[in-house]
Each structure stands twice: as C-alpha cells, then as structure tokens.
Design a protein around this ligand. Structure first.
Ligand code: GLN
Length: 196
C-alpha cells in the first residue's frame, strides 16, 4: 500500500520545508496539531525544532498517546528533533520519547548551534545508493542502536539515518536540500511492515 495522506506535525520548528518537499512530490500535506488531523493521515513526519518544546506541546494538545497508537501501524519519519522524539531513550529527561526506534540519542551530541555543519552523505535505500548533502543543525547523535535497527547512512561509522520496521529517522535535514528521495522512500513505506 502506498502512503497517500502524509501529515506533518506542525506544533513547532521546521515543518514548512517538509510541506514544500511533499508538495514537490505532488502530495498535499496535512498540518497536524490535534488528534483529529492525525486520524486523517497514513503517515506522519515529525520535523526538526526543539525536542523539549515539542514534548510540552504534544502534552498540551493531548497528542502524545494518539501518536503512540498511530505509530503502531502507520509510518513515522523524524528529522533531527523529530528523531530525538522517536528514540527509545535520550540523554535529557525533559524529552518524553515515543519509543518508536531502538536508538539511544544524545540530544545535542554534535555540539551547539555554532558547531552546525554540512557533510556529504552516502545513503542506501532499497539497495540503491546515492550521495547527498546532510545539513546538521545542533544535531542529535545516535550513540546506540538496537539489533533491529537498519543503518541507511552514517558518517565516521556513526549512524545518521536509520530505519526500524515502518519508521525512519535521521539526525540531519533532508528537507533543506533538493534531494527528495528520502521523503519519497518514506511515502512508499508499507503499512503492512511491522516493527521487528
Ligand atoms: N538538538 C535539538 C533538540 O534537542 C534539535 C535540533 C534540530 O532539530 N535542528 O531538539
């Protein structure tokens, strides 16, 4: 089944660029701020931003539990702060994670805003490799991955794009490039796949 109705969590952060990326794939995104909007989606993107703030807003808008339910059989794609929220655990107790991918994350592991960087990446999706630029903005660092986590891209042997079952997450911002293949890949992730 191809995912058609893609939502973007629009509570805080870099959601507008994901809207533009989905538009370029001829998908009209759904801005998700409340659970009734989430119910209309076949998949959800959680954007970058500030994971502590997004945690608070998920609680204020009573979206945390609906999101955990949603993710049981629908794909979720997290970028940067979105990846932090999808992790099994994080080094900062102020972030309540959704525990969708078995990774342990250091929230600002690549340093502060001034340490943001651009790195060329090799990405492997469905057996096809391609190169792209990765924008790492106060990026989280994946310190541990569980056995069921597939690594789709890494720098210096550290994973930066991972998949578990029907979920994917990356520590960089593909929505800031013209490279839409990761978004495209996400839209085709089958809802039949279950978390291993
Ligand atoms: N490190 C940030 C956080 O903790 C994420 C930064 C980003 O999304 N660009 O939320």
């Amino acid at each position: 089944m191809v995912v058609r109705h893609i939502g973007v969590l629009g509570l805080q952060g870099a959601y507008a660029k994901h809207f533009a990326m989905l538009n370029s794939l001829n998908i009209k995104p759904i801005n998700v701020r409340y659970s009734d909007e989430l119910e209309r989606c076949d998949g959800l993107i959680i954007p970058g931003g500030e994971s502590t703030t997004i945690t608070k807003l998920l609680e204020v808008n009573q979206l945390f539990d609906p999101l955990v339910q949603f993710a049981k059989d629908k794909p979720v794609f997290g970028t940067c702060a979105g990846m932090i929220l999808m992790a099994k655990s994080v080094d900062d107790k102020r972030v309540q994670t959704l525990n969708l991918i078995d990774i342990f994350v250091d929230r600002n592991g690549y340093g502060r805003q001034v340490h943001s960087f651009i790195n060329d990446l090799d990405v492997k999706l469905d057996g096809n490799s391609f190169s792209m630029r990765g924008f790492f903005i106060r990026a989280p660092r994946i310190l541990k991955t569980g056995d069921n986590v597939e690594i789709l891209s890494s720098i210096n042997k550290e994973p930066v794009l991972v998949r578990q079952g029907h979920h994917i997450a990356c520590s960089f911002h593909p929505e800031l490039t013209n490279e839409c293949r990761i978004h495209q890949y996400f839209t085709t992730l089958s809802t039949e796949l279950s978390i291993a």
